[in-house]
Design a protein around this ligand. Structure first.
Ligand code: XLS
Ligand code: NI
Ligand code: NI
Length: 448
């Protein structure tokens, strides 16, 4: 499909994706590229509908604002909703496009940064007025469509003032500015009934330790998060706060490196009650972990809140944010999520972008449909593995020696190191016991 007229100015009743209607479930045999083959929102899997399992959200920044520019070249995508010169007018056009898109996909949620919604102005007061105007418009759109806000956040990394960090900036004036911005973003999130609020530590990290007082910066970050949480709670926000780990990029070292690092930070600073994690696929792989590892670490700590869905590239070592298409990877992920009892408060946000050379409006649909169906297949496979295969029993049998007798005494803290020595001498050399990894991999593949 060719791009729609890129310079057409719009009003609230413009249809942007004219050739595309409501995307519906048509089943695995459908030949229609603009249909779901596996995502059947009302289908019940393991006691919940697919819609409830996933709580899919469209990411405003990539899908509505991403125009394909990269460090080597100009933007390639001339989206018609980005053409108006007046910032509030442009923001409303963009929001019309956003809600048309989300509604046509039949998705329940969206997510934004403050200045994805409307361009930042040259003062905080003016920015606040813009955000309020667009917030009013969002309220109308949300009421009319039933689409909800999964989470809001503030962009504390794009503007030059944040080049040395936001909450961790060595200059208090910048920390205060970041505070003002988070206050506005929280006000907006609360006004729109947002279910959660995210902190991704954009430039909270360092480029060189030579000029960085790491301990002081981390203490500042904790103080800042407490202030944000206290403010939001006082103003009636009952949702979860999520920290989104990432190990590097844009900083050489990001403070929220991975799930384990963030968990330790939250614990150290008394934030475990209010904060959980938003785990992103491509951030996990940048940290040299698998996605499922990061989910499991979060789940172990009771912090598995939400997901940013995308995928990395096997050859490139950066955050390529491609749309998910790997059923096997996501099946392993949903095994972890299902066994943890689901996501706590969050959902699946498509923090993913179409490629620079995917310039048709229709590409945005193909990308989301593909990602959504990949998740649906993964959920079906994971549910089948848990309910029909020996996956769980093979794994729990590996630990059977702790279920009774001396192993159980060990687990219950009833043995001392001397007891282990006595038991070991009595038993002699332990028999080898296979981990049966290939068998487990075959079980997953059988249901994928
Ligand atoms: C960047 C992050 C970002 C957050 C929201 O790598 O994924 O998009 O999700 O600030
Ligand atoms: Ni993200
Ligand atoms: Ni990312």
């Amino acid at each position: 499909m060719a791009n729609l007229n890129p310079i057409q100015l719009t009003s609230g009743d413009t249809e942007y994706f004219k050739k595309i209607g409501r995307i519906r479930y048509e089943g695995p045999e459908s030949d229609n590229p603009l249909a779901y083959r596996f995502y059947d929102e009302n289908r019940v899997v393991g006691g919940k509908t697919m819609r409830e399992h996933f709580k899919f959200a469209v990411a405003y920044w990539h899908t509505l604002c991403g125009t394909g520019g990269d460090p080597f070249g100009a933007p390639t995508k001339q989206y018609p909703w980005l053409q108006a010169k007046d910032p509030v007018r442009q923001a409303k056009d963009k929001m019309d496009a956003a809600f048309e898109f989300i509604t046509k996909l039949g998705l329940p949620y969206y997510c934004f940064h403050d200045f994805d919604l409307v361009a930042e102005a040259d003062s905080l007061a003016k920015s606040e007025r813009r955000l309020q105007a667009v917030g009013e418009y969002a309220k109308e759109k949300m009421a009319a469509s039933g689409v909800r806000l999964l989470w809001g956040t503030a962009n504390l990394f794009g503007h030059p003032r944040y080049m040395n960090g936001a909450a961790t900036n060595p200059d208090f004036a910048v920390v205060a500015h970041a505070g003002a911005q988070v206050k506005m973003a929280l006000d907006l999130t609360i006004a729109l009934g947002g279910e959660n609020y995210v902190f991704w530590g954009g430039r909270e990290g360092y480029q060189s330790l030579l000029n960085t007082d790491m301990k002081r910066e981390l203490d500042h970050m904790a103080r800042f998060l407490h202030m944000a949480k206290d403010y939001a709670r006082k103003n009636g926000f009952s949702g979860a706060f999520f920290i989104e780990p990432k190990p590097m990029e844009p900083s050489k070292h990001q403070y929220d490196f991975d799930s384990a690092t963030v968990t330790a930070f939250l614990r150290e600073h008394g934030l475990m009650k209010d904060f959980k994690l938003n785990v992103e696929v491509n951030h996990a792989t940048l940290a040299l972990h698998s996605f499922q590892h990061e989910l499991q670490v979060a789940a172990n700590a009771g912090l598995l809140g939400s997901i940013d869905a995308n995928r990395g590239d096997y050859q490139n070592g950066w955050d390529t944010d491609q749309f998910p298409n790997n059923v096997y990877e996501l099946t392993e992920a949903w095994l972890v999520i299902l066994e943890a009892g689901g996501l706590q408060g969050g959902g699946v946000n498509f923090d993913a972008k179409t490629r620079r050379n995917s310039t048709d409006l229709e590409d945005l649909f193909h990308a989301h449909i593909g990602g959504i169906d990949t998740f649906a297949r993964a959920l079906l496979a994971a549910d089948a593995i848990l309910s029909h295969s020996k996956y769980r029993s093979i794994r729990s049998e590996r630990y059977a020696s702790f279920d009774t007798g001396e192993g159980q005494l060990f687990e219950n803290g009833k043995l001392k190191l001397g007891d282990l020595a006595k038991i070991a001498k009595r038993n002699g050399e332990p028999a080898l016991s296979s981990g049966r990894q290939e068998l487990m991999e075959n079980i997953v593949n059988r249901y994928v």
